[in-house]
Design a protein around this ligand. Sequence first.
Ligand SMILES: Cc1ncc(C[n+]2csc(CCOP(=O)(O)OP(=O)(O)O)c2C)c(N)n1
Ligand code: SF4
Ligand SMILES: [Mg+2]
Length: 302
Amino acid sequence: MSGVETRKLPLPHDARGRVLPGDAACPGCPIPIALKVVSAVFGEKAILVIPACCTSVILGTYPGQAIKASVVHVPFASAAAVASGVSQALRSRGIKDAYVIAWAGDGGTADIGMAALSGAAERNEDIIYIMYDNEAYMNTGIQRSSSTPKGAWTTTTPTGKIENKKDVARILIAHGVPYVATSSIGYPHDLYSKLQRAKNIEGFRFIHVHAPCPPGWRFEPQYTVRVAKLAVETGLWILYEYHNGKLTLSGPSRPYIDPAKRKPVEEYIKLQGRFRAVTEDLINEIKKYVDENWHWIKKMSQ
Ligand SMILES: Cc1ncc(C[n+]2csc(CCOP(=O)(O)OP(=O)(O)O)c2C)c(N)n1
Ligand code: SF4
Ligand SMILES: [Mg+2]
């Protein structure tokens, strides 16, 4: 398709070997997919700082942990603060060949971790912050977060969430940090390129990874990647990078700047049981939300 980034970077062969089989993830979990890409870029030089979330359970504890990288398990609210401390400690010891990566869920980022995140961004700490967004507190039984989208069922929004999803990437752009990107587990090569770019930038880098969760979103485990791709193809999730004050739309999202090329949002919604109670009026509100987001993207990328 013209205008679409078709470059397929081979992911290093041993990436798979660094995220070990037999972890505690549910079938179809998006987290090991994203972690394999992170491992492909940073290998054993990654120091992952992980607050309480599904990933803490999936990876487990040393020496039985399911990834070949350093992992620091930290309290729920503290990922960005601890990552800042680890980064400063490495700097004071003159260690330059390690990458401090805060890896947190949407609850740990958009809600309880927001103060620490904002502080680290404002100080321009030399860390990479990756928010994997499964759009609810999954580890504790599917409670809504501020990143849950409008209309979605969770155990704390039994008739569907009323509010729109909080846009964390935009909040980080407003902090003026060197690098912000949105990504998706449905496009691992796009995520790979963004992590490579982030690796070579100094200061605070933020990457927001859309991560569909089969039990939490109520779809069958074989559809994880399909749901992730549909989010992009319907224009609901937009892939872009913000670097040096400039916003660039990423290859997989480029066709969808044209509303005529977007798939109907119903295609995304109907695959997920969490949207079962969504009405036609709500679908129209979701469509309006999609259009507003694209309007912002167009304005920012001019
Ligand atoms: C201060 C505090 N409050 C609540 C918890 C319980 N808790 C552990 S993980 C979690 C949910 C995390 O949600 P998210 O960050 O979205 O990650 P996910 O589980 O979805 O991967 C909660 C509420 C905790 N560990 N600490
Ligand atoms: S609840 Fe969702 S994010 Fe958590 S381990 Fe299961 S599939 Fe993965
Ligand atoms: Mg979550």
